[in-house]
Design a protein around this ligand. Structure first.
Ligand SMILES: [Zn+2]
Length: 425
C-alpha cells in the first residue's frame, strides 16, 4: 500500500509543484488580506478536479471581513461510507508582505535549481499544495476508510480568527467530527512540531503630570516613570525568565525558556507635529508614556502567573514612589499548546518519516505560535501537530524558497501517515 501511495504521488509530482507555484503567483498578502477570494477559488477548483467535495466558508461576521478584503476559507472533503476516523489537513494561504531585498519576483513562482521561490513558498503554500495532493493520493490507491479533509484558510499571519478559529467556532473543525489534524507549517521533512509557546502582548502606560519644561519639578515625568519599569524588566524579570526552562523540545534551543521583548515605546509630545529633521518643540514635561511588550511563555508557566508577575513589577515601582501611576492593558493572549509524543498521530507520522525519508523523526516545538492553538483550544482536538516542507529559517525572509524535492517528499509522508491512521495495521 505504501508503495502505491509513493508511486501515485511521484506520478503527480510535477502537477503538485506547479500548483504550489500557481498559488505563490496570487499575492495573498496579509495585512490587509488581498486576493483571498481569487486564491480560495483556485484552490477550490483544483480540489473539485481532484475529487473533493468543496465548501467555501466566508467569515461574514468577523470585523476583518470587508467587501474589499473578504475572508474566504475553503474546505475539501474526501468522504467514504464508513465511520472511520477523520484526518484533517489544514494550511493557511495568506502570506506576510514581501518586503525588500528580493533578487527574484516574490510573486513569480520561479522554479530554479530544484527550488521553488516566492513569498509563501515555505510558509506555507508548498505545504498546502502537498496536503491537497497527499489526501487525494490516499483515495486514489483505493483506501476508502474514514474521512479525509483538507482546508485552506486565511489570516494565520494575523492570528487566524477569520480562518482556523472561525472554522473551529462554527464546529467545522471540532473534536466531535475531527480526530487528527496535521498543519503543514515548515518544520522540514523529518520534523514534527508538537506545539508552541504562549504569547502575552501587553501595554504599560505611565501617567504623569504636565508641567513647563523649564520647571520640571512642577510636573511628573511619565517617561522617567516608564523607564523605571524598563529597568525592572531588564534587571529583574528577564534574568528570572532565563532560569525557567521548558521540557518542550522548542527549536532553536535558546527559545526553551520564557522571554520578553520591548516591542515599541511612545512618550511625551512625540506626535506634536513637524518632521524627523525638525520636530515640533513643546517645552513640556511629558504626562504619558507607553511601552508594548511581547512576552513568550512556556508550557510550565500559567498565564495568570505570567500576568501577575507584570502587575507586581508595577506594584513594586509604586511602592518605591507612591506618585508613580501605571496602567496595564492586555493586547493578546495565546496559551501554549502541546500534543503528547504518545499521540497516535505522532506515531503515524514518525513511522511515515522513517519509511519515506529513511530517518528518525525530529520532535520539535515552535518558539512562535501558529494555528494549532485554535485546533486545541476552540475545536478541542487533542491530536494536532505541524509537519510540512521548507524550513522556519526561510519563513518571512527575502528570497524565501523551498526545496522542490521536499515538497514531494512531504506529500508522501502526509499521505502515508494519513493512510496509517485510517487503516491501522
Ligand atoms: Zn505559516
Amino acid at each position: 500500500m505504501t508503495r502505491a501511495i509513493l508511486e501515485e504521488i511521484d506520478a503527480n509530482a510535477e502537477e503538485l509543484v506547479e500548483f504550489a507555484a500557481d498559488l505563490i503567483r496570487i499575492p495573498t498578502v496579509n495585512p490587509p488580506g488581498t486576493d483571498y477570494e481569487r486564491c480560495a477559488k483556485v484552490i477550490g477548483d483544483r480540489m473539485s478536479a481532484l475529487g473533493y467535495e468543496v465548501e467555501y466558508v466566508e467569515a461574514l461576521d468577523r470585523p476583518e471581513h470587508t467587501d474589499e478584503h473578504p475572508r474566504v476559507n475553503v474546505v475539501g472533503t474526501l468522504r467514504s461510507d464508513d465511520t472511520g476516523p477523520c484526518v484533517h489537513l489544514n494550511g493557511h494561504f495568506d502570506v506576510v508582505p514581501a518586503g525588500d531585498d528580493w533578487t527574484v519576483d516574490p510573486f513569480g513562482g520561479l522554479i530554479r535549481d530544484g527550488r521553488l521561490y516566492g513569498r509563501g513558498s515555505a510558509d506555507m503554500k508548498a505545504g498546502l499544495a502537498a496536503a491537497i495532493y497527499a489526501a487525494t493520493a490516499v483515495r486514489r490507491v483505493g483506501i476508502s476508510a474514514g474521512t479525509l479533509e483538507t482546508s485552506a484558510t486565511v489570516d494565520e499571519e494575523s492570528g487566524g480568527f477569520a480562518g482556523v478559529a472561525y472554522l473551529a467556532e462554527m464546529g467545522r473543525i471540532h473534536r466531535n467530527r475531527t480526530d487528527y489534524v496535521i498543519i503543514p507549517e515548515p518544520f522540514g521533512i523529518d520534523g514534527i512540531s508538537l506545539g508552541h509557546r504562549g504569547v502575552y502582548w501587553f501595554k504599560i502606560t505611565a501617567r504623569g503630570r504636565m508641567g513647563h519644561g523649564s520647571m520640571p519639578f512642577l510636573g511628573r515625568n511619565a517617561i522617567q516613570d516608564l523607564n523605571v519599569i524598563l529597568q525592572k524588566v531588564n534587571e529583574e524579570l528577564q534574568p528570572s525568565l532565563a532560569t525557567r526552562t521548558t521540557s518542550m523540545p522548542v527549536v532553536p534551543k535558546q527559545a526553551r525558556s520564557g522571554s520578553i521583548n520591548v516591542n515599541s515605546i511612545r512618550g511625551g509630545q512625540a506626535d506634536a507635529g513637524g518632521d524627523e529633521i525638525s520636530p515640533a518643540q513643546t517645552p513640556c514635561v511629558p504626562d504619558s508614556a507607553e511601552a508594548v511588550f511581547d512576552r513568550r511563555f512556556i508550557l510550565e508557566e500559567q498565564f495568570e502567573t505570567v500576568r501577575a508577575e507584570v502587575e507586581s513589577l508595577l506594584e513594586d515601582a509604586t511602592r518605591e514612589n507612591q506618585e508613580r501611576e501605571y496602567e496595564l492593558t492586555d493586547i493578546l493572549i495565546v496559551h501554549p499548546t502541546f500534543t503528547s509524543a504518545d499521540s497516535p498521530l505522532v506515531g503515524a507520522l514518525e513511522r511515515a518519516i522513517r519509511q519515506v525519508v529513511d530517518q528518525p523523526a525530529r520532535l520539535v516545538a515552535s518558539p512562535g505560535t501558529y494555528d494549532q492553538k485554535h485546533i486545541a483550544r476552540i475545536a478541542g482536538v487533542q491530536h494536532c501537530v505541524a509537519y510540512g516542507p521548507g524550513t522556519l529559517e526561510q519563513a518571512h525572509q527575502p528570497d524565501e524558497s523551498c526545496s522542490v524535492r521536499d515538497i514531494v517528499t512531504s506529500a508522501k509522508v502526509m499521505a502515508v501517515a494519513a493512510a496509517n491512521l485510517l487503516v491501522p495495521s
